[in-house]
Write a protein that binds this ligand. Structure first.
Ligand SMILES: Nc1ncnc2c1ncn2[C@@H]1O[C@H](COP(=O)(O)OP(=O)(O)OP(=O)(O)O)[C@@H](O)[C@H]1O
Ligand SMILES: [Mg+2]
Length: 168
């Protein structure tokens, strides 16, 4: 069975969409505490990916959900969730994130960092991007199900780099 990473910048919808998928799924955030080498001064877990990976390798799952799941070496394909920064900002403002953390996440999404890392690790042929900005989570889950079950790739042209210009 092939294994998938469901990744994306915080707020793009990994957890929300996961709940609509029927596949065996693990959330990497459930393992952060156990496999971390402490926390940063901003309170983020410093996850030891190698240790986490060796522990989840033998578990039964088809999708690993989390914003560094695309950095695992034990998956076959990647699903990258994207979101227009102009929409993402509102999703992140609903969380009690600092202004700095919101800005960092918006910049990362505008620059497509997770997408680039996924391409570097797995290649464009082994991934799809799903833009969640204007779709419902249900619509997104159908696209993902079609990719996993039928290998149907819905190609989306996504480029939010110009959003950064709006901020200056
Ligand atoms: N098409 C969509 N798909 C997923 N979520 C959506 C969509 N449209 C709106 N949303 C909203 O966006 C938010 C996504 O939050 P969610 O916690 O699922 O993100 P996440 O990627 O898991 O973030 P984190 O990395 O912090 O865990 C939710 O409030 C959800 O209702
Ligand atoms: Mg989540």
């Amino acid at each position: 069975m092939e294994r998938y990473a469901l990744t994306g910048t915080p707020g793009t919808g990994k957890t929300t969409i996961s709940a609509l998928l029927q596949n065996d799924l693990i959330s990497l955030s459930d393992y952060y505490e156990k496999f971390s080498d402490g926390k940063t001064k901003d309170g983020e877990w410093v996850v030891n990916i190698k240790r986490l990976e060796s522990s989840i390798k033998s578990l039964e799952w088809e999708i690993a959900e989390g914003n560094f799941s695309h950095l695992l070496s034990i998956i076959d394909k990647v699903i990258v969730l994207r979101c227009d920064p102009a929409v993402l900002v509102n999703r992140l403002k609903e969380r009690n994130y600092s202004r700095k953390k919101i800005r960092e996440n918006l910049e990362a999404e505008a620059m497509g960092i997770i997408y680039s890392e996924s391409v570097r690790n797995y290649g464009v042929e082994n991934l799809i991007q799903v833009d969640t900005s204007k779709k419902t989570s249900k619509q997104c889950s159908i696209i993902i199900r079609n990719y996993i079950n039928n290998n149907i790739k819905v190609e989306e042209e996504i480029d939010y780099l110009e959003r950064i210009l709006d901020w200056y």
